[in-house]
Design a protein around this ligand. Structure first.
Ligand code: G3H
Ligand code: 13P
Ligand code: NA
Ligand code: ZN
Length: 328
């Protein structure tokens, strides 16, 4: 059944666990997430990005998610819109039947220019009033995702701040976070702690100076009742990087957010953990390997199934590691 983000995260907070929010673009990702949730008895947050809507089309995504509610009626599913760039974008998703939307006012509508606090409050409050009137949840974001090593947002192809960000922009301020939640009424708050979107997050296994788990603790201490969200939380599995490169890929050395650090965040108020890149890496590694080992195969169902199995294993591991398992 469809459920709001608020309902899911309230339960997660009460029982001290986190929920991975996986991005969906196609059938194989949808099945991977649902089958892993079914295996582990986990509630689901499935999210559609602007890129996903462009790739698959909003209606196809919507029906993929609705199909999941029909095939898995015993699993609570939150249908979430990832990184909305304006209240109008959120309004469209609400109209389509999404049970939760993210209003990302940390950047202006171009999703490149860091926004002022006042702008962020204005658009997030507007989206929240609209969403709440329709029984839909809202996630806001305060602070800009980006690397504390370089000041860069990371993602070359997608959205993310342009130019070099300051230390202040890259770390959410606890006092400002308290004011923001009060000013906007959001159900969940995405915070900046040094993570960024995509595969290239850290040039070495991250330590506290580049992955500010302590900042989560400070924010949680200030606003213990607010559900925190970690974006850019793929772990970038080294074994999948190696597989991709072994079978013809060319990815550079890079490190993600270790699962143990996410677990530490979950002990301090993190309830939603956004993961997209890990599924992309697993799918690519599995397809490259399958095609190399099966050069005569040309049925897409064969290699897409290999991708699905690889993604499903990652989903299952995250449901177990975050304590989501058993809570459907
Ligand atoms: O927000 C970042 C997600 O990884 C979505 O990326 O816009 O390329 O689908 P995308
Ligand atoms: P990753 O790129 O680390 O998977 O982050 C995804 C994300 O934050 C989507 O909003
Ligand atoms: Na989101
Ligand atoms: Zn994100």
């Amino acid at each position: 059944a469809l459920i709001t983000l608020r309902q899911l995260l309230d339960h997660a907070a009460e029982h001290d666990y986190g929920i991975p929010a996986f991005n969906v673009n196609n059938l194989e990702q949808m099945r991977a997430v649902m089958q892993a949730a079914d295996e582990t008895d986990s509630p689901v947050i499935i999210q559609a990005s602007a890129g996903a809507r462009k790739y698959a089309g909003s209606n196809f995504l919507r029906h993929l998610i609705l199909a999941a509610t029909e095939e898995f009626p015993h699993i609570p599913i939150c249908m979430h819109q990832d990184h909305g760039s304006s209240p109008a974008v959120c309004q469209q998703s609400i109209q389509l039947g999404f049970s939760s939307v993210m209003m990302d006012g940390s950047l202006e509508e171009d999703m490149k220019t860091p926004a002022s606090y006042e702008y962020n409050v204005r658009v997030t409050k507007l989206a929240t009033e609209m969403a709440h009137a329709c029984g839909v949840s809202v996630e806001g974001e305060l602070g800009c995702l980006g690397s504390l090593e370089t000041g860069m947002a990371g993602e070359e192809d997608g959205s993310g701040a342009e130019g070099v960000l300051s230390h202040d922009q890259l770390l959410t301020d606890p006092e400002e976070a308290a004011q923001f939640v009060k000013d906007t009424g959001v159900d969940a708050l995405a915070i900046a702690i040094g993570t960024s979107h995509g595969a290239y997050k850290f040039t070495r296994p991250p330590t506290g100076d580049v992955l500010a788990i302590d900042r989560i603790k400070e924010i949680h201490a200030r606003i213990p009742d607010t559900h925190l969200v970690m974006h850019g939380s793929s772990s970038v599995p080294q074994d999948w990087l190696a597989t991709i490169n072994e079978y013809g890929g060319d990815l550079g050395e890079t490190y993600g957010v270790p699962v143990e650090e996410i677990q530490e965040g979950i002990k301090h108020g993190v309830r939603k953990v956004n993961i997209d890149t890990d599924l992309r890496l697993a799918a690519t590694g599995a397809v490259r390997k399958f095609l190399k080992h099966n050069p005569k195969e040309f049925d897409p169902r064969k290699y897409n199934k290999a991708a699905q199995d690889a993604m499903q294993a990652i989903c299952k591991a995250r449901y177990e590691a975050f304590g989501t398992a058993g809570n459907a």
